[in-house]
Design a protein around this ligand. Structure first.
Ligand code: MLT
Length: 332
């Protein structure tokens, strides 16, 4: 009995509860994380799809971690400025990056970055995979994908296509579209598709390919035209929107995965604590309900782990490398 009491006293003195799931964590690290507000860097402007996902995740993880988790938008250069901020951040777990498929294309698209786009990060876990939609200003003279394709092929670079910079999902989706219809449009880059959406709604941009987390409410509110969703099957939030294959463009298929990252050098204990919190967040009923309203779902828990995320990320880098090299279009 005395021995157990002694262990309890020693553990309590070291701040480690005997039954704590973190018992293996060094007492100092367990006591020190998280010990202040955490920051999620979003590498695109406020109001866009990455920002929307990040704010929902930050709110739910903050509840689990018992610390406020704030979102800071660091847009520009297709998401690389925000990624660089986290690659250079103190590896203490209080600064993380929520980014998407751009983490798989950046290592090939950008050849002269001031940070290591792969080895500069510790993957924490995958978050969600979001469908994309092809949308247009409300007075665009087409109703179906086939009609829109005919106009794109006729008017080509007279049309303005918005994206969030080279390497953004909206950029990649535009590349797929323009190669599928063999007609380049004039590309207008923004610091995120949040600001781009405002220009589209104002009729100053003709077309954009963006994630349902940024287009569903405008589509349901008949504020813009929608021609297709870029998934193999229709989605529950937009049951009347045909797939790109139904519209005659089967090659125009892409969905945007999102993941959470810490700076390289963040301890495994802290990465695992962040992953555990992410998994709790992805099961949070409020987050799940909002994701569903916006046309997406959290990933399954087993994908929200560091190992699963690293394997998926590494494979996607390898998938996109030959595609980008064949296109020969680099950011720098
Ligand atoms: C993109 O890749 O297009 C970004 O997700 C846009 C954004 O989040 O603002």
């Amino acid at each position: 009995m005395l021995r157990l009491a002694r262990r309890l006293l020693l553990a309590l003195a070291a701040g480690t509860a005997i039954t704590s799931p973190w018992a293996a964590m060094p007492a100092q690290a367990q006591q020190s994380f998280p010990n202040r507000t955490l920051t999620v860097i979003v590498p695109f402007a406020a109001g866009g799809p990455t920002d929307t996902v990040s704010r929902l995740v930050a709110e739910a993880m903050g509840r689990d971690l018992g610390q406020t988790m704030v979102v800071e938008n660091v847009g520009g250069a297709g998401g690389t400025l925000g990624a660089q901020r986290v690659a250079n951040a103190r590896p203490d777990g209080h600064t993380v990056l929520l980014h998407h498929i751009g983490m798989a294309t950046t290592p090939t698209l950008y050849r002269r970055l001031a940070y290591d786009p792969v080895n500069g990060f510790e993957p924490i876990g995958l978050v969600t995979e979001v469908p994309m939609t092809l949308v247009a200003r409300n007075n665009f003279p087409a109703t179906t994908l086939a009609e829109a394709v005919a106009i794109i092929r006729r008017d080509r670079d007279k049309l303005n296509y918005a994206n969030a910079g080279i390497g953004a999902a909206s950029h990649l989706c535009g590349l797929l579209l323009m190669s599928a219809v063999d007609a380049p449009m004039t590309t207008v880059p923004f610091r995120g598709t949040g600001p781009a959406m405002q220009e589209l709604l104002a009729g100053r941009i003709d077309l954009m390919c963006d994630q349902t987390t940024n287009t569903t409410e405008q589509i349901l509110g008949h504020q813009l035209k929608v021609f297709a969703v870029t998934t193999a099957a229709r989605i529950g939030a937009l049951p009347n929107v045909p797939t790109s294959a139904e519209g005659g463009l089967p090659a125009f298929e892409v969905s945007v995965w999102h993941g959470l990252y810490a700076p390289r050098g963040t301890s495994a204990e802290i990465v695992n604590r962040l992953s555990q919190s992410l998994q709790v967040a992805l099961r949070d009923p409020r987050l799940v309900a909002r994701f569903r309203e916006l046309g997406t779902e959290p990933v399954a828990t087993e994908r929200a782990t560091p190992a699963a995320h690293r394997a998926f990320w590494t494979a996607d880098i390898a998938k996109w490398r030959p595609i980008i090299q064949a296109a020969g279009q680099y950011a720098d």
